[in-house]
Design a protein around this ligand. Structure first.
Ligand SMILES: [Zn+2]
Length: 250
């Protein structure tokens, strides 16, 4: 029992190494989702750095070029999903079983493409969840480490479904005006009810918002209360929640 902690770090920015160091310092686990290149111009770690990171943490795919799947036709979407996986596997010299939808944008057809490409699970950008999500190709998160206003969470709540499950976190978020207080409150709810707390972040945001010390404080807080066996990569969380459906896949 006790809360489960995992985190997702998206986009493969070079500052991800700094977050990897922090996670190791506090004995925590998570998954880094990396495109091969980023069409939006944001830098992606060099292959040598990614191989080093892969020796320490799980690396998942984030398409080949950080392509929002809903903005391209089906052929292009399938190529982005397939090429992203295989280029990453060639680079790392190991299988990649996790996928994250860029921008959280996907339709049912993309979910099937991700499965057909051989991924074992996929993650969305739905927030306010305190479990692994509604299915292994739609794993969800609890909070983004970003000073979003209440309006962003209201929109995320409205579009993300499963309102009954997510209302408790939303209520906590609406009561607090400070984004850091919301983060701690949401974690407290996960602790109290022995649920999953899934943090997600872009390290480029930590750089631009100068919030590294806040991240360290939060990870230190988490480390003080989550037992070692409940500090999971995304894949380990998928295995724990969806194990019955994953036999023969992982
Ligand atoms: Zn992304």
């Amino acid at each position: 029992m006790g809360a489960i902690f995992t985190c997702s770090i998206d986009d493969g920015h070079p500052s991800d190494m700094r977050l990897a160091d922090l996670l190791e310092r506090y004995g925590l686990n998570g998954t880094f989702y990396v495109p091969i290149v980023n069409r939006e111009g944001s830098p992606v770690m060099a292959p040598a750095a990614l191989r080093e990171l892969a020796g320490r943490f799980e690396i998942g795919s984030h398409t080949y070029s950080h392509q929002f799947l809903t903005r391209v036709d089906a052929t292009r979407a399938a190529q982005e999903i397939f090429w992203g996986k295989h280029a990453l596997e060639d680079m790392l010299g190991r299988p990649v079983s996790g996928f994250c939808y860029p921008g959280g944008r996907y339709r049912r057809v993309h979910l099937r493409m991700v499965r057909a490409a051989g991924f074992a699970y996929a993650r969305t950008t739905v927030n306010l969840c305190l479990d692994a999500g509604p299915g292994r190709y739609e794993m969800a998160t609890s909070c983004q480490f970003y000073p979003h206003g209440r309006d962003v969470y209201m929109r995320n709540f409205a579009s993300g479904g499963r309102w009954l499950h997510r209302r408790r976190c939303l209520a906590a978020f609406l009561r607090s005006s400070d984004w850091r207080a919301r983060l701690y409150k949401c974690f407290e709810i996960a602790e109290t009810h022995n649920r999953v707390f899934h943090l997600w972040a872009h390290t480029a945001d930590l750089d631009s918002n100068n919030s590294w010390s806040e991240m360290e404080n939060f990870l230190s807080h988490v480390s003080g209360s989550v037992k070692t066996s409940n500090r999971l990569s995304n894949r380990e969380l998928a295995e724990r929640y969806f194990i019955e459906n994953m036999k023969g896949v992982l």
